[in-house]
Design a protein around this ligand. Structure first.
Ligand SMILES: Nc1ncnc2c1ncn2[C@@H]1O[C@H](COP(=O)(O)OP(=O)(O)OP(=O)(O)O)[C@@H](O)[C@H]1O
Ligand SMILES: [Mg+2]
Length: 267
C-alpha cells in the first residue's frame, strides 16, 4: 500500500476583490471552501470542474505561489505552510509545474540547452558541468528531443515540441510531484494524444505523482487513477476514476459527466 505524498486538510482561500472601479468596498470571495484531498505516491489525481471553480487556485496553494487563509498542506507529512525560506527552496525543487502555455516556463532568449541546465545550476545538483550535461542528455532522451534541438530557441519549435521541452525542464530535477494545469488544451488533438501518452509513459518509468487539471473529461478518464470533482470552491466527490465515471453519487458530478455524452473528443 502506498502512502500519501500530499494531504490537504480543510483548506480555505478567500480573495478580496479590489477590481471594481465603481466601489472602493472590498468584497471577500470564498474561492476554496474547506478542501480535503489526499494524493498517494505514484498516483495521477485529476481535478475537474467548470471554469472559475478554483482548480488553479488550489494548484497555486500547493505550489506555494499563493497563501491560503487557513488549513494545512502536508507534503510527506510536513506542513508546507510552515516552511522557512530554506525549506521552501528545497520544496520548490521537489514539486514542478507544467503549464497550458509552455512559453511561460521557457525563456525565449535562452537556447534549450541553457533552459535545461539552469535548474541544475540553481539547485547545485551536480559538481561538474559534465554531470549536468549528462543529466540533460538523459532527460531529452526520455522526452524524445534530439541533441540537435539543444542548440535551438523555443520559437523554433511547434507547440507540441515546446510542451515536450517544458516537460523535460519540469522533470530535470527529478521532482516528487508534478502539477499539470491544462497542459494540452492549447494543442491539436493528435499532438495532445502524443503528449498525454508521453506523460503516461513517464509516469510508469519514473513513478511520477501528478495533479492533473483539465476540462476534457474523456481525457481525464483515460489518464487518471483518481478524480476530484470541484464545484464553486468545494470538492463534491473524490475517488477512484472508473468508479466515479461508472457510478457518480453527487448531483453535480452526474450533471458534469452527463455533458460527455453530448461533447465527444478523441479520448
Ligand atoms: N488573484 C485573484 N484575485 C481575485 N480573485 C481571483 C484571483 N485569482 C482567481 N480569482 C478568482 O477565483 C476563482 C477561481 O479561479 P481559478 O483560476 O482558480 O479557477 P479555475 O477553476 O482554474 O478556472 P479555469 O478552468 O477557467 O482555469 C474565480 O472566481 C476567479 O475570478
Ligand atoms: Mg485554471
Amino acid at each position: 500500500m502506498s502512502e500519501n505524498l500530499i494531504e490537504i486538510k480543510n483548506l480555505k482561500k478567500i480573495y478580496t476583490d479590489e477590481s471594481s472601479f465603481l466601489t472602493i468596498k472590498k468584497e471577500p470571495h470564498l474561492v476554496l471552501n474547506n478542501i480535503n484531498l489526499n494524493i498517494k505516491k505514484g498516483e495521477i489525481v485529476s481535478l475537474a470542474g467548470e471554469s472559475g471553480c478554483g482548480k488553479t487556485t488550489l494548484a497555486n496553494c500547493i505550489l506555494k505561489v499563493i497563501e491560503p487563509n487557513s488549513g494545512e498542506i502536508l507534503f510527506n507529512g510536513e506542513n508546507i505552510l510552515n516552511f522557512n525560506k530554506k525549506q521552501t527552496f528545497d520544496y520548490r525543487k521537489k514539486i514542478q509545474m507544467i503549464f497550458q502555455n509552455p512559453y511561460s516556463s521557457l525563456n525565449p532568449k535562452m537556447k534549450i540547452k541553457e533552459t535545461l541546465l539552469e535548474p541544475l545550476q540553481i539547485h547545485k545538483i551536480f559538481k561538474s558541468k559534465k554531470e549536468n550535461l549528462a543529466r540533460v542528455y538523459e532527460i531529452i532522451d526520455l522526452v524524445k528531443i534530439s541533441k540537435d534541438d539543444l542548440k535551438k530557441y523555443p520559437h523554433e519549435f511547434s507547440g507540441g515540441q515546446r510542451q515536450r521541452i517544458a516537460i523535460a525542464r519540469a522533470l530535470i530535477l527529478k521532482p516528487d510531484f508534478i502539477v499539470a494545469d491544462e497542459p494540452v488544451s492549447a494543442l491539436d488533438v493528435s499532438i495532445c494524444a502524443n503528449i498525454i501518452n508521453l506523460l503516461l509513459d513517464l509516469k510508469e518509468k519514473l513513478n511520477l505523482t501528478m495533479l492533473f487539471i483539465s476540462h476534457d473529461l474523456n481525457l481525464l478518464r483515460y489518464l487518471s487513477d483518481k478524480i476530484a470533482i470541484m464545484n464553486k470552491g468545494e470538492i463534491v466527490e473524490f475517488g477512484d476514476c472508473e468508479e466515479i465515471f461508472n457510478n457518480p453519487k453527487d448531483d453535480y458530478t452526474k450533471f458534469l459527466l452527463g455533458s460527455i455524452r453530448t461533447i465527444k473528443t478523441d479520448f
